[in-house]
Ligand binder design. Sequence first.
Ligand code: NAD
Length: 418
Amino acid sequence: MDVYAHPTFDMAVRQFDLVAEHLEIPVAERDRLKYPKRSLTVAVPLRRDDGTTTVFPGYRVQHHLSLGPTKGGIRYHPDVRLGEVAALAMWMSWKCALMGLPYGGAKGGVTVDPGSLSSGELERLTRRYTQELIPFIGPQIDIPAPDLGTNEQTMAWMMDTYSTHMGHCVPGVVTGKPIVLGGSLGRREATGRGVGYLVGRAFETLGIDQSGATAVIQGFGNVGSHAAYSLARHGARVIAASDVSGGTYNAAGLDLRALESHVAAHRTMADFGGGEPIDNAALLELPCDVLVPAAMERQITGENAGRLRCRVLAEGANGPVTPDADAILAGRPEVFVIPDILCNAGGVVASYFEWVQDLQSFFWTESEVTDRLFRLLEGAYQQTLLTARKRNVTMRMAAMSLGVKRVWEAKRARGLFP
Ligand code: NAD
């Protein structure tokens, strides 16, 4: 399907093809599992503060509909393309299936630099984009959530636009909302906390003492910052972090609160004085116990994978490691990989909890959310590790094969209509 042509989609397809070979899925059944079921492209006109109008492309892709409604984030970034969104939707499918959630994968996005818009422009863009999606989303159809460049406020505008159209309050149409609108306690922190939990489990598996371990974080946004706090809470020293403007290195450990305040005040890490400047490429190659890429896809490639000096590679971002890099890392057993569909699954698990709470109008405490989150992550970690060891495959192959197999079995059980 040429419509999805994009390097990130090619990457997702290459990963799927390897898993399909491993699972010996009949060739005739592979395309049905691989290609997105539905995708929608919309033109989103925005009235600018200066009175002019700009039209932005927007997308929503629903990868498969076999297990329930679809679920996945909304990304605002200048590089958003249909093929990238389709790849992210496909990964969401395998992630939800690995975690045993009753969802297919989805993803959406608008090709825009959110930092270039005023708050009023962001609100109008979000409302108009949501309006274009109305026939395509809903609590039993497709449930968006935040991703790169979007946050709780974006979800509040989406929920309000959808509810206004329906004529009644529909909190279950999105997750990652503010608590006051039916958001869940613990959702904002869930992805980063999940990363921290799984890194702790990987350290136990490898016999690494977590207190005094060193961590490097690429991308100090929602996932990266909460992963940093979670690791620090268990005694790790975060020696470097970065955002799109570059990074800061401090061998004694960064002051995370000071960094967070700087980012909140300036919307960027640039000019943060708590260490020496370091660029994003060099940051990935720092010696450390755990490296957490928590920004964009395709950061670790065939070119730099041989130079990583971490003991655990915890993929907070979606798709940060290319298949070429995977092939190199497969020959470097000293680097333990926690693959993205497991490592960052805390976000969609807590989103699932939020959706369940909204549907029941019955809300949980933060510790109920976090305890259940860790229980699900623990089960998926153990299953993945066991599968990797039993079949002598990489952690990514193990996690993806568990996810793909569940979707394959569901499609087989339902049959092909008509
Ligand atoms: P965010 O917008 O809150 O933060 C992204 C961070 O990455 C920012 O600090 C940004 O400056 C930085 N960044 C952007 N481009 C960069 C680049 N080229 N180099 C270095 N840094 C760069 O986004 P987020 O929600 O934290 O998402 C980060 C990643 O985690 C994405 O891959 C997303 O798909 C994935 N993810 C997010 C969630 C979630 O719950 N938010 C869940 C699962 C996976």
